[in-house]
Design a protein around this ligand. Structure first.
Ligand code: PLP
Length: 425
């Protein structure tokens, strides 16, 4: 047994599945998860001291790479001054102001400790604001693990859903309507039928939890118009896309103004941090100003805020997103060419610093199309790349991430490895 196997079997004795978040268990690809001991720039090292070029980046937060010296120093300095106060600090005001300055849709923002807390709180707020219970989400989008969001589509289109996790009351799931991504007509029909009941629509404005799916402009525009028409709150879940697809996030990229937005990942620089914010009129309904309750012992934690502020400063360097976008495009183009040379059914696309790779001929536009990808081909590719020192997300249905620390030479090394693997099929 090597050290990874040894640790995994030990972990399974004390932690369910041996992991603290399910996808880490390699359940979808099989095999033994790597236990990482350190990271630097674009690389991670496992407990056997094997290094990998990392295209997961802790599932998105590490946009400047692992252990960036300025982020680490900011956390160390903050830690030396105290780990938590449970009282307001100057740095959290600075972070809130910075988020408001970068995103015009945010008139007020509240800091929490995870993306799940941000989406859960935004939904409670939308329900409190509208006095309605129903919400719309889209099949394949993930918004964290709060009860209302762990719901799968009902039996017919436009019917309310059923729990997709044991432990979620059916009574709660029946308030969630699950629709197809990129289907504006279905959205119109749903609002025509249920519009007066809909408190909010929550969407990943670029979906990244069913691999990567781009929204069509018509779909997003229809969504904005219907929410305005029916007085429903439009929530952009930018936990993944926020400061990942560009400095203006997905809302800036597509020119759509949501009523509320949620953030996590990049804004915390690799530390536990989330945020939700938006229109002042809605945000003023949160306690202590208003009747919607929301709180957190560690909310606005000084170490998380320090890491977030340091990373938000780094991403504002001139040309940061141009370089990140170009590097991610280089990866997708290189992988696609390598696959074509070897007649592998494969395609890839990116938005800013996030990408999707698909073992099928055409870029998919919704969940059903993603499900047609060749999972067996992905799993073989994943393991061959891992063996060669390239760490991709351990599932055919997750987006990947490039960081500013990935050089052209790193990207080219990954493409060369893929070419070799495609040729061996
Ligand atoms: N929303 C989106 C779009 C996400 O991708 C995630 C996590 O991957 C979440 C919410 C939940 O965030 P967290 O895992 O920090 O609770």
């Amino acid at each position: 047994m090597n050290r990874n196997e040894d640790l995994f079997s030990r972990a399974q004795q004390s932690i369910p599945g041996g992991v603290n978040s399910p996808v880490r268990a390699f359940g979808s690809v099989g095999g033994t998860p790597r236990f990482f001991s350190r990271g630097a720039g674009p690389r991670v090292w496992d407990v056997e001291d094997r290094s990998y070029l990392d295209y997961v980046g802790s599932w998105g937060p590490l946009i400047v790479g692992h252990a960036h010296p300025e982020v680490v120093r900011a956390v160390q300095d903050a830690a030396a001054r105290g780990l938590s106060f449970g009282a307001p600090t100057e740095a959290e005001v600075e972070l809130a102001e910075e988020l408001l300055r970068l995103l015009p849709s945010l008139e007020m923002v509240r800091l929490v400790s995870s993306g799940t807390e941000a989406t859960m709180s935004a939904i409670r707020l939308a329900r409190g604001h509208t006095g309605r219970d129903a919400l719309i989400k889209f099949e394949g989008c993930y918004h964290g693990h709060s009860d209302s969001l762990l719901v799968k589509a009902g039996s017919g289109m436009l019917t309310f859903g059923n729990p997709s996790s044991s432990g979620v009351p059916a009574d709660l799931a029946r308030h969630t309507l699950v629709l197809d991504y990129n289907d504006p007509q279905q959205l119109r029909d749903a609002f025509a039928r249920h519009g007066e009941q809909i408190a909010c629509v929550i969407i990943e404005p670029v979906a990244g939890n069913m691999n990567l799916i781009r929204p069509t402009p018509e779909f997003l525009q229809t969504l904005r118009e219907l929410c305005t028409q029916y007085g429903s709150v439009l929530i952009f879940d930018e936990v993944m896309t926020g400061f990942r697809v560009g400095l203006a996030s997905a809302q800036g990229l597509f020119g759509i103004t949501p009523d509320l937005s949620t953030f996590g990942k990049v804004i915390g620089g690799g530390m536990p941090l989330g945020a939700f914010g938006g229109r002042r009129e809605i945000m003023q309904k949160i306690a202590p100003l208003g009747p919607v309750y929301q709180a957190g012992t560690l909310s606005g934690n000084p170490l998380s805020v320090a890491a977030g502020l340091a990373q938000l400063k780094l991403i504002q360097a001139p040309g940061f997103y141009d370089r990140l976008t170009a590097a991610t495009q280089r990866l997708c183009a290189g992988l696609t060419t390598a696959a074509q040379e070897n007649r592998v059914a494969f395609c890839a696309q990116s938005v800013g610093g996030m990408f999707g790779i698909y073992f099928r001929d055409r870029i998919p536009g919704n969940y059903a199309a993603v499900m047609e990808c060749d999972k067996t081909a992905f799993n073989r590719f994943f393991h061959a790349m891992l063996e060669d020192g390239h760490y991709l997300a351990p599932s055919a249905f997750e987006a990947g991430f490039v960081s500013a620390a990935h050089t052209e030479a790193d990207i080219d090394a990954t493409i060369a490895a893929a070419r070799k693997i495609f040729a061996q099929r």
